[in-house]
Design a protein around this ligand. Structure first.
Ligand SMILES: Cc1cc2nc3c(=O)[nH]c(=O)nc-3n(C[C@H](O)[C@H](O)[C@H](O)COP(=O)(O)OP(=O)(O)OC[C@H]3O[C@@H](n4cnc5c(N)ncnc54)[C@H](O)[C@@H]3O)c2cc1C
Length: 268
């Protein structure tokens, strides 16, 4: 019998939560893991490796973030005259419900409210989160998985590898600045993992546009800088790969602030 190959999108209740930083751990020169905690994590839903939340940052000098205004369809513009919330998308790296803790891995790229906040994060500070709004449940029964990420999508790629079962075959390509940015990854799958170093001129686009897809049914998941993903999207399409088994998402865009809408994903 052929295993089910339907990708299911499940929706979650949208609850704004105010959380406190419990720990800050430097994963590499350019990446920091912030552990948030609090009673408001009760009922938080997390079901897929690329589940993400909107993180609400305080304005510089403020203690608390401006929290979202919610309507029936989710986020709404705040009432006229009230301060604007400042938020960006981040992946749920780990959730430990029994300890009411949630980890987010932030890329320290030196710009923007997200990158700047993460560089100074310390225990006791508070942030808001909203989401995940939905989870994309991809069956773990495909013959193979092609995974690609830069630093911003590495938290989701690492979670993908952790979830794949023993009999899964995975090809994972991860673009980072240099060898110092490599992180330990764990998987039970038969995985061919290769780190690409921008320092050596290696990129996801160059690597993945040269890729031949294995035989059988497979799922392609790639995320990172939007411009660099375009040739990959074209390449995968040219190979005739099933659209429903392809997810290629722009997680940020070079030179563009607050990429609120990410290409190829209808969960936000
Ligand atoms: C679904 C989803 C999940 C995501 N998960 C994560 C995650 O777990 N960890 C994570 O670090 N990011 C993640 N991102 C990416 C993150 O939301 C963006 O990088 C966002 O722009 C960061 O906001 P900022 O305030 O730091 O910068 P912004 O104010 O948005 O941008 C300021 C400037 O910085 C540039 N910039 C933004 N990000 C980067 C970068 N990574 N490297 C270099 N320049 C950059 C912009 O082009 C712009 O010029 C995710 C994005 C999406 C859509």
């Amino acid at each position: 019998m052929t295993p089910a190959r339907d990708v299911e999108l499940v929706w979650h209740d949208l609850t704004p939560r105010l959380l406190e930083v419990r720990r800050v751990h430097r994963l590499s020169p350019g990446m920091v893991r912030v552990t948030f905690g609090g009673e408001q994590l009760d009922g938080f839903c997390h079901a897929a490796p690329d589940d993400h939340v909107k993180v609400f940052f305080p304005e510089p000098g403020a203690e608390l973030p401006v929290m979202p205004t919610l309507g029936e369809d989710g986020l709404e513009p705040p009432p006229p005259g009230s301060p604007l919330p400042v938020y960006r998308d981040y992946t749920v790296r780990f959730l430990r419900p029994e300890r009411r803790e949630l980890d987010i891995d932030f890329a320290l790229h030196g710009h923007g409210p997200g990158g700047s906040w993460a560089a100074q994060a310390r225990p006791g500070q508070r942030l808001g989160i909203l989401g995940p709004r939905g989870s994309n449940l991809v069956p773990l029964t495909f013959d193979w998985y092609v995974l690609g990420a830069d630093e911003t999508a590495l938290p989701a790629l690492a979670a993908w590898l952790e979830r794949l079962p023993e009999d899964a075959r995975a090809i994972a390509r991860i673009e980072v600045a240099n060898a110092a940015e490599e992180q330990p990854l764990t998987t039970r799958a038969d995985a061919d993992v290769r780190w690409l170093h921008r320092e050596r001129g290696e990129t996801l686009a160059a690597e993945l546009t040269g890729l031949t897809l294995p035989a059988g049914d497979g799922y392609v998941w790639v995320a990172g800088e939007a411009g660099g993903l375009k040739p990959i999207r074209r390449h995968v399409r040219s190979l005739g790969h099933h659209k429903a088994w392809t997810e290629i998402d722009g997680y940020w865009k070079c030179g563009v602030v607050n990429l609120d809408h990410h290409e190829g994903d209808d969960r936000e």
